[in-house]
Design a protein around this ligand. Sequence first.
Ligand SMILES: Cc1ncc(COP(=O)(O)O)c(C=O)c1O
Length: 386
Amino acid sequence: MIKEKIITEEIAKEWQKEFPILKEVIHVGNCSQAPQSRRVRAAIEEYLDNWLTVGMDWDYWVTEVNKAKKEFAKLINASEEEIAVTSSVSMATASVLGSLKPEGSRSKVVLTEMEFPTIGQVTLAQAEKGNFEVDFIPVQDGKIEEEEYDKYVDADTLLTGVTFGYYQNGFKQNLKRIGEIVHKEGSIFFVDAYQAIGTAHVDVKEMDIDILTTGNLKYLLGIPGIAFLYVKSELAEKLQPSITGWFGMENPFAFEIKNLDFAAGTRRFDTGTPPILTAFAARAGMEIINEVGTKNIEQRIEELSQFSLNLAQDYKMRIASPSNTEEKGAVTAIECDNAHDVEAKLKDQKIIASARGNVIRIAPHFFTTKENLETVFKHVDKILKS
Ligand SMILES: Cc1ncc(COP(=O)(O)O)c(C=O)c1O
């Protein structure tokens, strides 16, 4: 059990020592790539050293992948058996969509227009082969009201795909309430948690989520090349992935070329040789998040989120994010004419932030201090006025 502990400015400052770059740089680009921690680096070196000195150590390497699955399961309150590992959210989504079979008139997938584009692209690519239609819930003023789910999700809906956090402006959805609407109609509830997990508490059981996917390089402190897929075990048993491989079979080492023998449960969504090096990194990153505690981090992020909104308002910036922290995650998005230019100018000032479209996204993590945010907003203001 992780004790609830308020993350103070002092605790945040202490944690900054875990991330060497923070001695030199203010990093509020966590919605894109988190800074490198000592522990993640050590985990990567552990793999490199083992490969260098032992040469080949499959049992140890695969055990490390299972440890990463276990750490992810802990993060979302699932069991290790309910987790599959993949290389990206796109792959995980393709795998899920490829396993869908329309049942009678239940042949529609509902997505929102605030999904990261890859979710829409993967779904459209699978729709023809899977014989289902795709409908999109529109974004209005940077948000989607919960009633919209009532309008779009009906008895014909096979799966509803929802993003936890909107990549453009940090809008955070209430998964529990949306899950209730979606399940009332008998649809599968699919969540892309990439833009919020690590900063917001996720409990797949309490939120009644059927399927959840995320990568690791943002708020989970990892690197590119690995993603996780949670599928509720009762549901996994009913799905037959069209994207599969020997690691998704009941016994990968049976080497039976003519036998498609899916593993029991979610492991059937595993495919080929797992991403080993990235699993070392992912495990170490998620260990930090689990150690600090997702409820503690959520509380801290809410505080930093409000603090950022106040600063943006004080500087009279055009804010593209929701104005209340109940529906806003870590990101504070500031509208600007040339966001990529602003990102480059901030980098010159040793500040890492992330441009997307017409906004510059300021995305702190639990280790960001209020002093850091004051410096960031001061520089954004200067750049916007220059
Ligand atoms: C919410 C969200 N989903 C998915 C992706 C893309 O995932 P991947 O590149 O692992 O397919 C991103 C990338 O930034 C994202 O922000």
